[in-house]
Design a protein around this ligand. Structure first.
Ligand SMILES: Nc1ncnc2c1ncn2[C@@H]1O[C@H](COP(=O)(O)OP(=O)(O)OP(=O)(O)O)[C@@H](O)[C@H]1O
Ligand SMILES: [Mg+2]
Length: 259
């Protein structure tokens, strides 16, 4: 089972966009996929059809965190992907984790061990909040790969450096964490500055930089409002974007030797 943590502290780089559409792409290829929305904003949940603010806390990831069986909290979605939704009260998880053994570092690791043993899923994806802290640490302690969506910009590259350090730290306790893969999203190098930062990304992260890049596309912006991945959203440039996500699946499968 592959466990992908979509992470980076910088907000708005495309974590939720990548989570939802990559999950849908895996599902199209008949992988059994579970999305775990770890962001109190609940964007991935919304995109997959669930308004997290209308849930009772125990119907969300919080239920599982507090010992409720996974299958009672997971729901299926029209994308063919299962979802363990977020809840606004997830905002207080760091406080709860801080008072658990080891700062809650292994809570997600333990939940992943249960899911692996159940044999129910091929792929689990965590959509993380733009924050560095206990939840990110717990996600990296449970992941097999961290995927960081970036743009060629100073502040994003600073956040990527910090994330790389967190990944290296997590690898000390999680020997299944292969490392970080960097994907350029909303990618449209135009100015000399864009090109310079793109070169910096290549210099710093060459071997970790995924070949597939996702450009700015209206389908990715507009499909969220309709609560559809680009695989169900039928207009404009959706077809081109679908193919890019299928390319991304292939690239990840080759990296991880999946199926
Ligand atoms: N390739 C793209 N083309 C067009 N719009 C995009 C693309 N990727 C993301 N967006 C838009 O950019 C915004 C931020 O994307 P998204 O919510 O996925 O980022 P995020 O990293 O999850 O943000 P946060 O850090 O707040 O969780 C959204 O409005 C999304 O629709
Ligand atoms: Mg998000």
């Amino acid at each position: 089972m592959q466990v992908y943590a979509l992470a980076i502290e910088k907000g708005g780089t495309g974590k939720s966009t990548l989570t939802v559409n990559l999950a849908a792409a895996f599902a199209r290829l008949n992988f059994r996929v579970l999305v775990i929305d770890l962001d109190a904003q609940g964007h991935a949940s919304y995109w997959l059809g669930v308004l997290s603010a209308s849930l009772r806390p125990e119907e969300s990831f919080l239920g599982v965190l507090n010992g409720r069986p996974l299958e009672e909290c997971v729901r299926s979605t029209p994308e063919g992907v299962d979802l363990l939704p977020a809840h606004p009260a997830l905002a207080s998880i760091p406080v709860q984790l801080a008072s658990s053994p080891n700062g809650g570092l292994f809570v997600l690791h333990d939940i992943m061990a249960q899911i692996t043993a159940s044999g129910m899923y091929d792929i689990v994806m965590f959509d993380l909040a733009p924050a560095r802290g206990l939840v990110m640490a717990a996600a990296l302690a449970a992941a097999t790969r961290c995927i960081a969506p970036v743009q060629p910009e100073e502040l994003v590259i600073q956040a990527l450096k910090a994330l790389s350090e967190s990944v290296t730290q997590a690898q000390r306790v999680n020997h299944n964490l292969h490392g970080i893969s960097v994907i350029r999203n909303k990618y449209q190098p135009r100015s000399a500055g864009d090109t310079a930062y793109d070169q910096l990304l290549r210099d710093l992260y060459g071997s970790q930089l995924l070949k597939t890049t996702i450009p700015v596309r209206a389908a990715l912006r507009d499909s969220a409002g309709l609560q559809q991945s680009v695989f169900r959203y039928a207009s404009g440039d959706a077809n081109e974007v679908r193919n890019l996500f299928l390319d991304l699946v292939e690239e990840l499968m080759a990296l991880d030797g999946v199926r």
